[in-house]
Design a protein around this ligand. Structure first.
Ligand SMILES: Nc1ncnc2c1ncn2[C@@H]1O[C@H](COP(=O)(O)OP(=O)(O)O)[C@@H](O)[C@H]1O
Ligand SMILES: [Mg+2]
Length: 356
């Protein structure tokens, strides 16, 4: 329908052009005829034809000028909402919107593009503000507790054990702050998009075994049983980044599983993909929270997570890193029963990239 309208309009435009041409030439012909009758025609046919042509063009220009003069106001009215919106957007007002998109006909797509840009910018601005408020909040809570315990340490009647306990808390909270800044930095580097993925082939099962060993004090200390079923798998990826993925998943499982619970980690090969599953018999995640746990700063159970000392960035980093490897990560969970995080990675990122 739109295309037909456009064709009709184009045809009418051409018709108008032709008619103006014919009108100009006819007018020029008659004017010259009158003039020649009154003042005598030039002796040379060439000169009379030249005069006819010049006059024809003059009249054509006059008609064109007249038309653009008439439509100028209309054009102004046509473009000014677009210009206004663009100006407002450039000044940071992302609520700007061009109304009545249908009015713009052929330019409708451009106008729609401007509206889309404004709403996308506005969404990003909201995200930025949320981000800042989340970061300040995450910085504030450990700082408050550091300040409080540092002040408490000034008291002289404290026993040695209490003093040690306060110092432990201060140390843990400082570590949390430094972990937060570390995660933020990593996320921002990974999200800048210019991150070169240094993928090399390595043994995934060995990496997982090493990480399990490194975490041993934590799960042993909490009285959690850990089971591993690691098939021999070689993947091509950024080893240190993927190590962060497994670490984050394992720490979550240990963190959210009560003493006496069980954490299980399996790695296997499925076709051209490696699958790693980290599951636990811990607190689980509710159906409402499940789709959101990969968002930045999202903590399903605020009270519990705050006590556990997380920032809610762990899983968003996991997702980012897995995405960079063109893999997939998903979570399955039942509240009170346990959680299962499944990561699949293409065996070779390079081949996968080439195929895309
Ligand atoms: N294994 C798990 N068991 C129960 N809940 C989990 C588990 N893993 C993640 N979650 C939920 O997802 C949220 C986001 O996880 P994450 O991004 O690692 O943040 P953090 O560990 O810093 O709280 C956690 O706060 C928690 O509520
Ligand atoms: Mg975590």
């Amino acid at each position: 329908m739109k295309r037909l309208g456009r064709a009709v309009r184009g045809f009418l435009g051409m018709l108008a052009g032709f008619s103006s041409l014919i009108i100009s030439w006819t007018a020029s012909y008659f004017i010259l005829r009158v003039l020649f009758q009154r003042f005598g025609a030039p002796s040379s046919v060439y000169v009379s034809q030249l005069l006819g042509m010049l006059l024809g063009f003059l009249i054509l220009f006059c008609i064109g000028g007249l038309i653009s003069l008439i439509t100028y106001g209309k054009q102004n009215k046509f473009y000014s909402p677009i210009l206004n919106a663009v100006r407002r957007i450039s000044k940071g007002d992302f609520t700007a919107k061009v109304e009545d998109v249908e009015r713009y006909g052929r330019m409708g797509e451009l106008v729609e593009g401007i509206n889309e840009m404004a709403s996308e910018l506005s969404r990003m601005e909201t995200m930025r503000q949320d981000f800042i408020s989340n970061v300040s909040h995450e910085i504030q809570s450990p700082l408050t507790s550091i300040r409080g315990f540092a002040r408490a340490l000034r008291r002289e009647d404290l026993s040695r054990e209490t003093r040690e306990h306060y110092l432990d808390i201060i140390e843990a909270e400082s570590a949390r702050l430094s972990g937060l800044s570390d995660s933020l930095l990593k996320l921002s580097v990974l999200e800048s998009g210019s991150f070169p993925l240094e993928a090399k082939p390595y043994r995934l099962d060995k990496q997982l075994r090493n990480i399990l060993l490194a975490c041993e004090p934590q799960w042993m200390g909490k009285g959690i049983e850990v089971e591993a079923e690691l098939a021999e798998v070689t993947v091509t990826g950024a080893e240190d980044l993927l190590s962060q993925v497994w670490n984050n998943l394992l720490h979550n499982s240990i963190k959210f599983t009560p003493p006496g619970g069980k954490v299980m980690i399996t790695a296997r090969l499925i076709g051209t993909e490696a699958e790693v599953v980290v599951s636990d018999t811990g607190a689980g995640i509710s159906k409402e929270d499940l789709p959101r746990i990969f968002e930045r700063f999202y903590k399903a159970d605020k009270a519990r997570s705050a006590g556990a000392g997380g920032s809610g960035l762990g899983l968003s980093l996991v997702k980012k890193i897995v995405d960079l490897h063109l893999g997939e990560v998903r979570a399955e969970s039942r509240l009170g029963e346990g959680t299962e995080i499944i990561v699949t990675l293409p065996l070779s990122v390079k081949e996968e990239r080439e195929r895309e």
